[in-house]
Design a protein around this ligand. Structure first.
Ligand SMILES: [Zn+2]
Length: 204
């Protein structure tokens, strides 16, 4: 392992210079991750928390996981989430935000499910992979407003969802997808819904 590292040292996912031995970023980029504090944001009536801002190296990690298939990054991101999350946020069943069917064909994995799995390993929370997305824009006419807002098909809960759900996504921007997921969970009987992610946009 040491020899392999000498031959091909891991590169920083943000600036492509040699990375720190343990972690996806070099020391400079790791220091420039912008932590946004312990207070959750209120997005569409939902308490949402993420450790870092969606810019600079934080955004580069999200894109690396999503577009370059760097699945190992999910574990690094989950470690940063768990190490910084307010204890009150880490409760209930982890519910990954589902991929849009069109993206599921193009991508062999759901990055939210990878992060949820890694959080589960570290924090000991159970996973309830109970949300699915179906349909196209045409079939959304007449559906709930929350589902239409995402422009990403209809989100539905399968089976009996957990009483307390913690939605997991890689990044929170408008919060429309999270709102649609929360609406689907509540409609199926979930009483408490929060959301956790790796990055959030400024002001969230
Ligand atoms: Zn770097």
């Amino acid at each position: 392992m040491v020899l392999l590292d000498l031959l091909a040292p891991p590169l920083c996912w943000s600036c492509r210079s040699p990375a720190a031995r343990a972690g996806p970023l070099c020391r400079v980029c790791r220091r420039s991750l912008r932590f946004v504090g312990p207070a959750p944001s209120l997005v569409g009536g939902l308490e949402v928390w993420a450790p870092v801002a969606y810019d600079g190296p934080g955004a580069d990690l999200v894109k690396a996981l999503k577009f370059h298939g760097a699945a190992r990054l999910a574990a690094d991101m989950a470690a940063i989430i768990v190490a910084n999350a307010p204890a009150a946020m880490l409760a209930g069943h982890l519910v990954p935000v589902p991929l849009h069917p069109a993206r599921r064909r193009a991508r062999p994995f759901n990055q939210s499910a990878l992060i949820a799995g890694a959080i589960s390993e570290r924090a000991g929370l159970p996973i309830a992979d109970c949300l699915g997305r179906t349909g196209s824009k045409q079939t959304q006419v007449g559906r709930a407003r929350e589902a239409r807002l995402t422009g990403a098909g209809t989100i539905q809960a399968a089976g009996r969802p957990p009483a307390t759900a913690l939605l997991v996504d890689d990044v929170v921007t408008t919060g429309a997808t999270l709102a649609a997921c929360a609406a689907a969970l509540r409609a199926a009987g979930t009483r408490e819904v929060g959301a956790i992610a790796f990055a959030r946009t400024a002001g969230r």
